[in-house]
Ligand binder design. Sequence first.
Ligand code: CP
Length: 319
Amino acid sequence: MATRQLTETGSLRHLIRLKGLDRAFITRLLDQAEAYQTPMGEPPARDQVLKGRTVANLFFEPSTRTRASFELAAKRLSADVLNLDVNMSSRIKGESLIDTIYTLQAMQVDIFVVRDAGAGIPDFITANVHPHVSVLNAGESNISHPTQGLLDLLTIRQNKNTLDGLVVTVIGDIAHSRVTRSLSEGLAIMGRNELRLVSPEGLEPDMDLYPGVRFSRDIDAALKGADVIMALRIQRERIKEQSSLLTNPEYLQRYGLTESRVQLAKPDVIVMHPGPMNRDVEIAGAVADGPHSVITQQVNNGLAVRMAVLAAVMESRQS
Ligand code: CP
């Protein structure tokens, strides 16, 4: 059963997916994230809102951006932060996930931040923790990555001054992309946007998961008139049989985001990538570092969005 994410008074208790949240709620989260941003070179914003609270980061899949930014976000909000080293934990000795959760809950953890390859794990944890404990989904299988969706919305809003009426083209391994699922949910909530998905054979999504969205194999056609382009890496760790397509040294020219392809989009197009990035595979290095790229802005926004989400969860304790 899908987790109820909001309390009866409309405060955020858990964040498992963007679907089910409304435009006003997401707008408030994005506004709060922006309020936490300071110019590069100045000290980062700090707040006492999580003082005396404990946040546990449980990453059962690798991560750089999400794990580091949740840790920094919690520390900047004055929480005690536990980063469980999964490979040195008792899960290696056979302890189940839920017994790991119960163990840490007994140490008065208030918020679990969880990344796991298994579908349904965040909902499973929310169904088993104490009512005062919150769960934040930091990446669930190929299903959901809600804070990535929020940081992508914030990045688009900052560059386009709107989240309505945009053409957004996503290129690459969409079959395995929780980033695209959350972006799709977010764009549908925020406005009447056109999402175009394009991927090579073997990496196409189940379009039942994307109602009203256009799929194409023609990259150049899908880029025409785009306001936003998102490039995705091939998630080799989720693919059992590596086809010659995926090991093809010509992948960039055939399926990747090159400088000449960016020219097909609108002149003020922004280029996004959730990371980690494989330069000169799904995206040319010159595009990643080029004038349209907002990839480092996405990372900066990720920290601010995670601060906003953590602070919102604390609000639910007061209501
Ligand atoms: N975008 C993203 O989730 O990156 P990490 O895997 O490095 O956290």
